[in-house]
Design a protein around this ligand. Structure first.
Ligand code: PRX
Length: 634
């Protein structure tokens, strides 16, 4: 007889679910998938080969994820709140949408997309701030089988253009501008600039948010409110194959341009729901709040999809944690009686730096579960979160996962498994992590450190990288035979809990956001007067990691500040403000091997201030350059 592992409520159940997932993964995941509405049941739960890679979950199954996020709840929960949208300005009224209303808005928006030529399989780029239309747009794409590619609004026109072109997006969805704390910032004009480099886009649909009189190209651009007035409220969901793409999300790797991670419909749906309900131990009626932007994977899986699949009520927040003052998060928790709060360590550290006064005015008694994501959490921040936000009574789930994994992979389950500061803890049932030596030997003991890989498929794993399957194979499946390589190093403690140490590749995690060093360097190299650059990460009190750039200029620089300004501008234009280096050191050379390879290890040690740990520098092409760099360290 099969046991129901759809909701794990005790350590004993966790162990038995984990064992069941190892013994018979097919039955384990089929039981999870039974919770949903399928137009046709799957033929095979799983077919896989990590060499290709070729992974299919629930193949032959047919479904639409939005029917499972919305229609499926209408009878029982149609009148309960799906979204509580809290605007940037606390004086502006919050907007509540019931499941009925959200369903209607998604259907209308979907009909607008159809009216503007979008059909199944088309790629639609969504570049919008955290307004309800962002979430509605994402779901509307899924409703009609269009593949959404959300680009975070902090990315520059150049980055946006690269992503639009890579996916050959036909339509762009955006807003006129955006509110962010005290600022109003452009959105549509950034799209206009990007589109001067994109021939594929036929239509731009613009949501009004700040009320600006933006330029509209009569052949290409339409106001969403005008278009929405022309369509009706019913939109049949497109029936999709389990393995049809649901979305593309671009993320940075250690080499070249960001890659478009592709997730597919069936497996992603099953895992987003399973992980949401189990990690956060969500109970019907509770209010969930994930502070991530929909532009990142966290906002996809734990705002757009996971909570809606579970029929949850959730908060969506347009603003920033520190405006009008650093108590904004806690005001919102009290105002909307948030029960489960999920944020990034960087936000906790920055609020911690503001002292306790902003916290003490709020009772926070509604909170039951706290979560973190995106980067390792240091013990000091963990304890502050536990004691002052959770008042010592809320379990903290430290959730480790990636854009590529689609959902939370290693995490304690709130109140079910124990917790240890800084430890993501145990793999979710169904997830099989392994630690390897750099030579690819599996380390089976505990109290060890190694390279974190996953040896068996899970439903929400990436299937490919858009337009370049070989890149997917090379990046994730070629380092170690038969394994998905995460790019992270991890430790396993005596009890089998995992602690994520951080990236072992040339990826920097700044405030929980990933950037490739190569990507930042190529942006810096665009600055006038720059010959070459090398970028490394270094420990940063608030951001987790900061960006340290070593820049070689053409000849001596008379005004170093002006030069640094040029470098910052180049990064802002090439990637966006979020990737601007914290420190820029102008140097005359870089430590290179005789074959011309930059020795980043040395640069990292200098940036970290570990000047006595540089190792042997005698084999460098020009060892004297190291002394110069050490001398000029910022
Ligand atoms: O290094 C790990 C770190 O973030 C990387 C994934 O980044 P991204 O795809 O942008 O997704 C972030 C949100 C899921 C990982 O390779 N990371 C993520 N969560 C944690 C973490 N590091 C330590 N602890 C975590 N809980």
């Amino acid at each position: 007889m099969s046991t129901d592992h759809s909701r794990i409520r005790s350590w004993h159940e966790h162990r038995s679910a984990y064992q069941a997932s190892l013994d018979d993964p097919g039955s384990f995941w089929a039981a999870q998938a039974e919770r949903f509405k399928w137009h046709r049941k799957w033929d095979e739960v799983l077919e896989w080969d990590f060499e290709g890679p070729q992974v299919k979950w629930f193949s032959g199954g047919r479904l639409n994820i939005t029917e499972n996020c919305l229609d499926r709840h209408l009878d029982d929960r149609g009148r309960s709140t799906a979204i509580i949208w809290e605007p940037n300005d606390p004086k502006e009224k919050a907007l509540r949408l019931t499941y009925h209303e959200l369903h209607e808005r998604v259907c209308r928006y979907a009909n607008m997309l159809k009216r503007n030529g979008v059909t199944k399989g088309d790629r639609v780029c969504v570049y919008m701030p955290m307004v309800p239309d962002l979430l509605i747009a994402v779901l509307a794409c899924a409703r009609i089988g269009a593949v959404h590619s959300v680009v975070f609004c902090g990315f520059s026109a150049q980055s946006l253009a690269d992503r639009i072109n890579d996916a050959s997006a036909k339509v762009v969805l955006c807003s006129d501008g955006m509110f962010r704390g005290a600022k109003e910032m452009p959105v549509k004009s950034v799209v206009d600039e990007a589109l001067s480099h994109c021939a594929c886009v036929e239509r731009v649909l613009v949501t009004r948010r700040v009320g600006w009189d933006v330029a509209m190209d009569p052949a290409r651009d339409r106001w969403a409110h005008d278009e929405l007035a022309e369509v009706n409220v019913f939109c049949e969901a497109e029936v999709m194959d389990s393995e049809d793409p649901l979305f593309i999300l671009y993320t940075s790797g250690s080499t070249g341009k960001p890659k478009g991670v592709v997730h597919t419909c069936g497996g992603y749906m099953v895992y987003a729901d399973y992980s949401f309900r189990n990690v956060f131990q969500y109970d019907p009626g509770q209010v969930f709040w994930c502070t991530a932007d929909v532009g990142w994977i966290t906002g996809h899986s734990y705002m757009a999809y996971g909570p809606l699949l579970a029929g949850a009520t959730q908060v969506m927040f347009e603003g920033v944690p520190t405006w009008p003052d650093p108590s904004r998060f806690w005001q919102i928790v009290d105002k909307h009686r948030v029960n489960i709060f999920y944020t990034a360590p960087t936000a906790i550290r920055s609020l911690m730096a503001c002292g306790l006064d902003p916290v003490l005015d709020h009772d926070l008694h509604s909170l039951k579960v706290l979560g973190t994501v995106g980067e390792p959490i240091n013990e000091e921040a963990w304890h502050w979160y536990k004691d002052h936000i959770g008042k010592g009574r809320c379990p903290i789930v430290d959730t480790w996962w990636q854009t590529e994994t689609g959902g939370i992979m290693i995490s304690s389950l709130a109140g079910v498994t124990d917790e240890r500061p800084g430890h993501a803890a145990y793999p979710l049932p169904g997830i099989q992590p392994v630690l390897l030596t750099p030579e690819g030997e599996e380390i089976t003991e505990n109290e060890v450190e190694g390279l974190l890989c996953i040896r068996f498929p899970w439903p929400s794993m990436l299937r490919t990288t858009w337009g370049d399957h070989e890149r997917c194979r090379q990046t994730y499946f070629s380092a170690f035979k038969g394994m998905y390589f995460t790019g992270d190093g991890a430790r396993r403690d005596a009890d089998g809990r995992y602690r994520i140490i951080g990236r072992v590749d040339d990826v920097i995690n700044v405030s929980g956001h990933r950037f490739g060093t190569a990507e930042i360097e190529s942006a810096i190299n665009e600055a006038k007067g720059v010959v070459e650059s090398a970028v490394v990460g270094y420990p940063h009190e608030i951001k987790g990691q900061g960006i340290y750039a070593y820049v070689i200029t053409e000849g001596p620089v008379s005004d170093p500040e002006e030069m640094r300004g040029r470098v910052l501008e180049a990064v802002t234009a090439g990637i966006g403000k979020i990737a601007r280096p914290d420190k820029i050191q102008l140097v005359s050379g870089l430590p290179k091997t005789r074959s011309g390879k930059i020795m980043r290890r040395i640069l990292r040690k200098i940036a970290e201030g570990e000047l006595d740990k540089l190792g042997d520098t005698s084999t460098l092409l020009d060892p004297t350059v190291v002394d110069e760099i050490k001398g000029g360290r910022l």
